[in-house]
Design a protein around this ligand. Structure first.
Ligand SMILES: Nc1ncnc2c1ncn2[C@@H]1O[C@H](COP(=O)(O)OP(=O)(O)OP(=O)(O)O)[C@@H](O)[C@H]1O
Ligand SMILES: [Mg+2]
Length: 618
């Protein structure tokens, strides 16, 4: 083996040929090997890019998915001013040996032949370095296409039936032995090749139901159908697709692009995937003309704008600060929580995880969770943040050449958190409150399992509870219990039903959300033990509520805040409630006999709660 750890000055390749023998893979580009050998042995001029291998390497630039690669083409179409963009996945052949061809068409102005030629070169761009549009690197079209197929064909025309074509074929380039590879002139053609033209005049294999497919034109003449100007990126025989079937490719593409290009679609862009129109999907639920707003049976159709802030981001040096816009939206949790799970999940997409959406020049570059800004938790499904920035802040937002995702610099995170952190906290508090209310919602009309058990067992207790009732109280009992029933009335329970329930139970549970309160509170009133649990104390979130969920595993995913069904009469949550009831009972009985003891119990309860809170939160 060659020792590479120490540097030895170069010696004459003719004398020491093995030192210059490249250790290339057998299937590495042969042309590239020839150039390399020539350079090494004959000291020929070294090209900055070894084209034969470089184009191969660019195939692995790393797009997250087929869809995100195709977005590069849609970006270009939008940038060129197209009003209609169509994406096709054509699949043919036997299962397991299928060929998938992908094509992107637009009806934009097309490119003049010279522009098309330049655009085919790496770094070739008509908007290089511009921060105003979507394109700025001169890479997208080529790298995205090659990330799917080894050979891409680009057609562009500015007059009916006057197509120009460029082909970028990595295998052909790999065989080229020239030191400097140049691009040929675009090829003129009066008709599109049959395998390309077919996309526009024949339905795709998926969707199977032909009536779902809206073809480009009602002609079988492809040259006519594609119109007087436009561009086609044809990626035949793709070998690196994210999914195996046309169906999944189409579905993923529709779902993602509906969101990524929501503003363009809402603004009039027509986008189609396998002849299926793409409707805008808005993860913030704020657009009145996106898909969610058309769902049947919604009373509240959009989210509520909680805050909208313009934040100046400093760029340092001589650069002027640039503003971004950050908006916070709260979903209508009270109403949407009552919707069937299918509507929440599939139709609305409440649990899509798209908590933060970041848009660069109106095109979404990221949707998901940014843990630097929002802690990921079930309640985060119920609010959304939208961040808008312009291309001038690409560095601050960490936008890479393939425009997938963001890597926010810490000063951007800090600026955002500083401006909306408090709003986010109060929205989260509000959401948690609603979720809490829903998750502890007990069945109306009937006492809970623990209330029933404690009431039934009371006859066996050595000392009675009712002792302290005064004569007047006894006389006014019904009146008193009616008052109590108002306080303890459950969601969906009628006044009269609450009264009946309170009347038949000696033990009653209520809830209160108060940060300054101990974790439980107990009262002995009208011969009843009233236990109040504080949902703001960590005892609630860390013990009580999880136990309630254990009792009802079928609803316990923490996402929907669905009401919890009655727990089993001997489940852990019932036992916990009994433990508190018995404590409450003992305190009442002892406190009744001695006011000093009552005071002491009260102090104990506060001290205990506080010590407990500190242990649970630090
Ligand atoms: N559909 C199209 N219609 C018209 N012109 C196009 C189209 N697609 C690409 N072009 C031209 O080709 C050039 C190169 O496109 P490419 O995507 O490679 O780079 P870019 O868009 O300039 O930059 P980026 O790498 O950021 O995408 C573009 O600058 C544009 O002039
Ligand atoms: Mg581009």
């Amino acid at each position: 083996m060659t020792d590479t750890s120490t540097f030895t000055p170069p010696s004459d390749p003719a004398v020491e040929p093995e030192r210059f023998a490249p250790r290339w893979a057998p299937d590495a580009p042969r042309g590239g090997r020839a150039v390399l050998t020539r350079v090494l042995k004959d000291s020929a001029a070294v090209p900055l890019f070894l084209g034969q291998t470089f184009v191969q390497s660019l195939r692995d630039v790393g797009y997250d998915s087929t869809t995100s690669a195709l977005c590069e083409h849609v970006d270009n179409s939008i940038g060129a001013g197209a009003s209609e963009v169509r994406i096709y996945f054509r699949q043919a052949g036997r299962r397991g040996a299928q060929q998938t061809d992908v094509l992107v068409y637009d009806d934009g102005p097309g490119m003049a032949p010279a522009v098309l030629q330049v655009a085919t070169s790496f770094g070739g761009s008509m908007s290089y370095g511009s921060r105003e549009g979507i394109g700025r690197f001169g890479m997208g079209m080529k790298t995205a296409a090659l990330s799917l197929t080894p050979a891409v064909e680009i057609y562009s025309w500015q007059e009916r039936r006057a197509f120009y074509r460029m082909i970028l074929d990595t295998n052909a380039i790999g065989r080229d032995k020239a030191n400097l590879i140049t691009l040929p002139d675009p090829e003129f053609m009066a008709e599109l090749p049959a395998e390309v033209g077919e996309f526009f005049v024949q339905p795709m294999g998926f969707p199977k139901n032909r009536s779902e497919q809206d073809l480009l034109g009602d002609t079988d003449d492809a040259g006519e159908a594609v119109g007087p100007s436009g561009t086609i990126i044809y990626m035949p025989d793709c070998d690196r697709l994210s999914y195996a079937t046309a169906k999944t490719l189409v579905e993923h593409c529709v779902k993602e692009m509906a969101r990524v290009y929501r503003r363009h679609i809402a603004g009039g862009l027509k986008l189609w995937v396998n002849n299926r129109p793409v409707e805008a999907i808005d993860p913030t639920f704020s657009m009145p003309n996106a898909r969610h707003a058309a769902i049947d049976g919604l009373k509240t159709r959009t989210s509520r704008l909680v805050a909208a802030k313009k934040i100046a981001i400093e760029r340092g040096g001589a650069h002027k600060p640039v503003e971004i816009t950050v908006k916070l939206f709260a979903l209508p949790i009270e109403e949407w929580s009552d919707l069937p799970r299918k509507v929440q999940k599939n139709d609305l997409g409440v649990f899509s995880g798209h908590n933060i959406s970041v848009l660069r020049n109106d095109r979404e570059v990221f949707a998901g969770f940014l843990s630097e800004i929002v802690r990921r938790h079930g309640d985060a499904n119920w609010f959304r943040i939208e961040v808008d920035f312009t291309g001038e802040l690409d560095e601050a937002f960490g936008v890479a050449a393939n425009k997938q995702g963001v890597r926010l610099k810490s000063y951007v995170v800090d600026a955002i958190v500083k401006e909306i952190g408090d709003d986010v906290s109060s929205v989260r508090e509000e959401i948690k409150r609603v979720q809490t209310k829903r998750s502890i919602a007990k069945r109306p009309d009937v006492p809970s399992a623990s209330e029933t058990r404690a009431t039934e067992a009371d006859a066996f207790q050595p000392d009675a509870l009712d002792a302290e009732l005064t004569e007047t109280q006894r006389q006014q009992m019904d009146e008193n219990l009616r008052g109590l029933a108002v306080v303890l009335k459950r969601e969906g329970e009628a006044d009269e039903a609450a009264f009946e329930r309170v009347k038949q139970s000696k033990y009653l549970i209520g809830y209160r959300h108060d940060e300054y309160w101990p974790f439980y509170h107990v009262e002995n009133k009208f011969g009843r033990i009233i236990l109040t649990i504080n949902t703001a104390h960590p005892f609630y979130a860390e013990l009580y509520e999880p136990l309630m969920r254990v009792a009802t595993p079928e609803t316990g995913d923490g996402e929907t805040g669905e009401p919890v069904a009655s727990p089993a009469p001997n489940g852990p949550s019932v036992v916990l409630e009994l433990m508190l009831f018995s404590l409450a009972r003992a305190q009442s009985v002892l406190g009744r006999e001695s006011p000093d003891a009552a005071k002491l119990f009260d102090t104990l309860r506060r001290k205990w709660s506080e010590a407990f809170r500190i242990q649970l939160t630090h």
